[in-house]
Design a protein around this ligand. Structure first.
Ligand SMILES: Nc1ncnc2c1ncn2[C@@H]1O[C@H](COP(=O)(O)OP(=O)(O)O)[C@@H](O)[C@H]1O
Ligand SMILES: [Mg+2]
Length: 228
């Protein structure tokens, strides 16, 4: 299992201690494409943040790529995140003052490796070609459409060759055609690179693109199915 959540319980202080996740149990094999489907407020983002190591304030166990996230120190966890996990957000989260190429290469600076500029630029170029956005490399994100911005965000995500891609409502700000293209890209990365994908969505139709659907409601897994 590349992701294993056991009896996850989570409450936010500000929300008077009412549990947002009550007993989260999820197991995902390497190479799977899993959709987490649930209504707004059901705890999907909370769950994804725990898997991605962004939130360690919970009860239970989260084992990701063989590591028990709560037992890791801050620096080890942040290196682990950089090397293993990529996030895609509904709002793209690109830096507005950097070009698309710089946005894509940004994680390389965080990772602190001493790769030379030319090599970094080359890898950024390859990532952008992979998602068909290389012609916008020198533009700032503000000049791109939503679908193009999300492709830059995907190029940034795959730049580090992560084992796990976590996408939180990645098509929420896109029209249906652009959204479909984004999903096609995820499926290609899953199929060809063996990247494990978790797609969080409230959209039944989108969820059907995954090989397995995990339904959550009120902070609990309430069902699982495999779309035809
Ligand atoms: N930082 C926070 N502080 C307090 N409550 C929060 C916080 N984040 C989320 N919540 C609450 O937790 C519940 C689940 O939120 P979330 O995981 O974002 O759900 P979803 O992504 O399924 O819409 C909601 O009731 C939300 O209001
Ligand atoms: Mg959410």
């Amino acid at each position: 299992m590349i992701v294993e959540l056991r009896h996850i319980q989570k409450s936010y202080e500000a929300a008077s201690g009412i549990p947002v996740l009550k007993d989260g149990n999820v197991a995902i094999e390497e190479g799977e494409f899993v959709a987490i489907l649930g209504k707004s407020g059901s705890g999907k983002t909370t769950l994804l943040n725990i898997i991605g190591g962004l939130d360690r304030d919970f009860k239970g166990e989260a084992i990701v790529a063989g590591r028990n996230l709560q037992k890791m120190g801050d620096r080890a966890l942040s290196r682990f995140r950089n090397e293993t996990i990529a996030f895609i957000f509904q709002t793209f989260n690109l830096l507005p003052h950097l070009t698309c190429r710089e946005n894509v290469a940004f994680p390389a600076y965080f990772a602190g490796n001493a790769a030379n500029r030319a090599e970094v630029a080359q890898r950024a170029q390859e990532a952008m070609e992979r998602v068909g956005i290389e012609h916008k490399a020198a533009s700032v994100p503000g000049r791109l459409s939503g679908g193009e911005r999300q492709r830059v965000a995907i190029a940034r995500a795959i730049f580090q060759k992560p084992r796990i891609l976590l996408a939180d409502e990645p098509t929420g700000n896109l029209d249906s055609v652009s959204g479909r293209h984004v999903l096609d890209l995820f499926m290609e990365l899953n199929r060809e690179d063996g990247m494990t994908c978790m797609l969080v969505t409230h959209d039944e139709q989108l969820a059907k693109m995954a090989s397995r659907i995990v339904r959550i409601a009120d902070g609990q897994v309430v069902g699982e199915e495999r779309p035809a």
